[in-house]
Design a protein around this ligand. Structure first.
Ligand code: FAD
Length: 416
């Protein structure tokens, strides 16, 4: 069923009784060409591009819960392509370009809003780093503008310019950055994949792999065994647990990241703003809630809830940057388990087991990667070769030393 203004009118005039379910609920078949494990944004976009770009429709997405129950429905919705390194920036700019045409392509409203992102700087050294990053962005085809303090004062008069411990000197602005409605992205990709024949199997947890003679032939699930020629794992915060079922250890730790939403306020935040002297970022949802977050909780966990020290730390960051936030009431907060890699960058790669592929290590920033991650993973699964923009996202980079360490923090996942 295509959505359009005429469809809304037609349905409105006929009692809204003709809307169809957004995707089917099929029973698992005994065998598929490709199984994608994980019905988050990345798994669903992988299935979508397998079908649309590579004509692979004998595909199933296996999701242990319901679509959107993982990080795709828990994140703070920021999309951007403002990385520095050649292993990352072209990939994220490719993702941004896919975002820009996504709603038309999917015929689904994902509330993509390119209202801009500003990374603030607070010292001369940070300004230099911002200029360098901006140049790297421009070289990859992205947009980047350095804002001085006067311009910033007009754009964001509520920032603490004059009395702050870390004075705001300016910012690196990416006007094309912004936000997207996170779970609508999952629903849009699910609908697009389903329409092309992909089976989306909810409440279907993978509990084992059928690995014989160094090759993967399928999986065991809570809904029975399913055979497949190729199996593609894409389970974000559960990466370590799932790959352990295949006997593989990953250069990834799982940590919890929390998100916070205030009561609804009149529009005040012009886009996304990130604090350069602490870890705090903020935007405002269409309903008016201030949506913000900060550091991960610094210990390993699979629990989808965080603890109070980080709540305090995030709120302190907000108060230091924009004291007016102290007047807003916190409405809700939650946690999601993020797959932190040792250098802070992701993996889209095959494994040592034939027919078994792995996508993960997205840390706290994989939502913006959703379109390109699915596109490049589908490319690898279908063609056997890495997509050029994802060529450095390899599992063997720790053996070869070719790390993609944006932050320069070393092998310290809780610092990336
Ligand atoms: C609080 C928070 C804020 C964030 N903010 C941002 C942001 O602003 N911008 C940004 O770019 N990124 C952000 N991220 C990161 C981003 O959300 C993730 O990197 C991204 O969503 C991960 O990919 P996914 O959508 O496929 O993950 P998920 O939605 O977690 O999908 C993985 C799926 O695998 C399923 N699964 C697990 N085990 C099994 C199994 N055994 N069998 C079957 N299925 C299984 C899970 O149920 C889950 O649905 C944030 C994350 C959090 C937690």
């Amino acid at each position: 069923m295509r959505y359009s203004v005429f469809r809304i009118l037609e349905q409105g005039l006929t009692g809204n009784r003709g809307w169809k379910p957004v995707w089917r609920e099929p029973d698992p078949k005994p065998e598929y060409d490709i199984l994608v494990i994980g019905g988050g944004g990345h798994g669903l976009s992988t299935a979508y591009y397998l079908a649309t770009v590579h004509g692979q429709t004998n595909v199933a997405v296996l999701e242990k819960g319901w679509l959107g129950s993982g990080n795709v429905g828990r994140n703070t919705t920021i999309i951007r392509s403002n990385y520095l390194l050649p292993g990352n920036q072209p990939f994220y700019e490719f993702s941004m370009q896919l975002w820009e045409g996504l709603e038309q392509e999917l015929n689904f409203n994902a509330m993509i809003s390119q209202r801009g992102i500003i990374n603030l700087f607070h010292s001369d050294a940070q300004r230099d780093a911002a200029v360098r990053r901006g140049n790297a962005m421009v070289l990859s085809g992205a947009d980047a503008v350095i804002l001085d303090q006067d311009v910033l004062r007009k754009k964001c008069p509520f920032l603490d310019f004059d009395n702050a411990r870390f004075p705001v000197l300016g910012g690196l602005w990416q006007p094309r950055g912004g936000t997207a409605r996170h779970d609508a992205v999952a629903w849009g990709y699910a609908r697009g994949a389903d329409r092309r024949g992909v089976d989306i199997l909810q409440n279907c947890e993978v509990i084992g792999f059928d690995i014989r003679n160094g090759a993967c032939h399928g999986v065991a699930t809570t809904r029975g065994a399913i055979r497949a020629k190729k199996v593609a794992v894409c389970v974000a915060g559960s990466s370590g647990q799932v790959m352990e079922l295949a006997g593989l250890r990953l250069p990834i730790e799982s940590h919890v990241l929390q998100a916070f939403v205030s009561e609804g306020l009149k529009p005040v935040i012009p886009g996304v703003i990130t604090y350069g002297a602490g870890h705090f970022y903020i935007s405002q949802s269409d309903k008016g809630g201030l949506v913000f977050g900060g550091d991960i909780d610094g210990y390993n966990t699979y629990a989808q809830r965080g603890n109070l020290p980080v709540v305090e730390n995030v709120c302190e960051g907000g108060m230091a940057l924009m004291p007016m936030i102290g007047r807003a009431r916190l409405l809700r907060m939650w946690g999601g388990v993020v797959d932190m890699s040792m250098d802070g960058s992701a993996f889209i790669d095959r494994t040592l087991i034939d027919g078994l592929f792995f996508n993960g290590g997205w840390c706290y920033g994989g939502f913006k990667a959703t379109p390109a991650s699915g596109y490049c993973y589908a490319h690898l699964i279908a063609t056997g070769a890495s997509h050029p923009v994802a060529a450095e996202m390899r599992l063997d980079r720790f053996a070869s030393g070719a790390l993609v360490d944006e932050r320069g923090a070393g092998a310290q996942p809780n610092l990336h």
